[in-house]
Design a protein around this ligand. Structure first.
Ligand code: IPD
Length: 291
């Protein structure tokens, strides 16, 4: 899974075998689908912004809040002893050693503007999800409710796209030349961070095929997984933006890392097939910090 995390002592109450992993993956798929259907079906007319977070552009809608409520009820209904870390309501404790890291709408700005590139991201992780470098995803799902597609994976189980009730295995592209690679990225919400991210982008752009900024980190990681882009990098992500997509990309054959042997996290996420990950990583390490 690229850079793996030292999560010894994470205190699981049951063995993390394929049976449990399969149950967690199925639950992630069901919860992500339920929330995905909800945010499309129940979107109110004239949806507005009910609050902001890290900047005036880091917006929250009532549907982010309601989707997170639905996810929490769904997950705890099935597994009441698990912990949850959610984008809108923060952390709640559990006793099982499993934490659900959930993004009720990833791509909130797209959702607000009705740009069809948003999703629900649900991941089961082990370790301390609140501490960078101390957790890793073990099962997860990303639901794009407008296409009806659900990307999903569990550790050592491969990555799949569920479409029309049929699962198809997905794989990263075999590209091995950075100059021929389509690279996705994203930007944080704070002006000074964006200014730095713009400098990094200006440096990298002449060295790749082109750049894509879709507006959802979880979908960007799934795009690497299914080959609709060749690579993705971003800095400033929160665990809920990346937890499920990290695992899905890794299980599809991507190397997913941070910079300088650090695990994927707020400082950086770099996801690409093994043929280009090394060259993209060293270029980004030379440009670091990315934010
Ligand atoms: C954001 C999206 C965006 C990424 C930002 C994230 P949100 O998440 O994933 O693509 O560039 O860094 O914060 O706010 O839509 O959940």
């Amino acid at each position: 899974m690229g850079a793996t995390v030292n999560v010894s002592g994470h205190g699981l109450s049951e063995p993390l075998g394929q049976q449990l992993l399969g149950e967690l993956e199925d639950l992630a798929v069901a919860a992500a689908r339920a929330a995905g259907q909800f945010i499309v079906a129940e979107r109110p007319r004239g949806l507005g912004v009910v609050g902001t977070k890290s900047s005036i552009n880091d917006v929250v809608t009532v549907m982010d809040q309601q989707s997170e409520n639905l996810l929490r009820a769904h997950l705890l209904g099935a597994r009441p002893n698990d912990a949850i870390l959610g984008e809108e309501d923060g952390a709640s404790e559990g006793t099982s050693g499993i934490t659900w890291v959930i993004d009720p709408i990833d791509g909130t700005v797209n959702y607000l503007y009705q740009i069809p590139a948003y999703c629900v991201s649900v991941a089961a992780v082990i370790g301390d999800a609140g501490t960078p470098g101390q957790w890793q995803p073990v099962a997860g799902a990303v639901c794009n409710p407008l296409t009806g597609e659900v990307y999903h994976a569990r550790v050592r189980g491969g990555a799949y796209i569920l479409r029309d009730e049929r699962d198809t295995a997905i794989e990263v592209n075999p590209v091995d030349v950075l100059l021929e690679s389509l690279v996705a990225t994203g930007f944080g919400y704070r002006a000074e961070v964006r200014a730095r991210q713009g400098e990094v982008l200006a440096a990298i752009l002449p060295e790749i095929r082109d750049i894509r900024r879709a507006g959802s980190a979880a979908l960007d990681l799934c795009a690497v997984a299914c080959g609709t882009v060749d690579a993705y990098y971003e800095s400033g992500l929160n665990p809920w933006d990346l937890a499920a997509g990290w695992l899905i990309a890794a299980e599809a054959g991507a190397v997913v890392s941070g910079l300088n042997h650090i695990a994927p996290g707020a400082a950086a996420v770099v996801a690409a097939g093994p043929g280009i990950h090394g060259s993209l990583l060293s270029r980004l390490e030379a440009l670091a910090p990315l934010r």
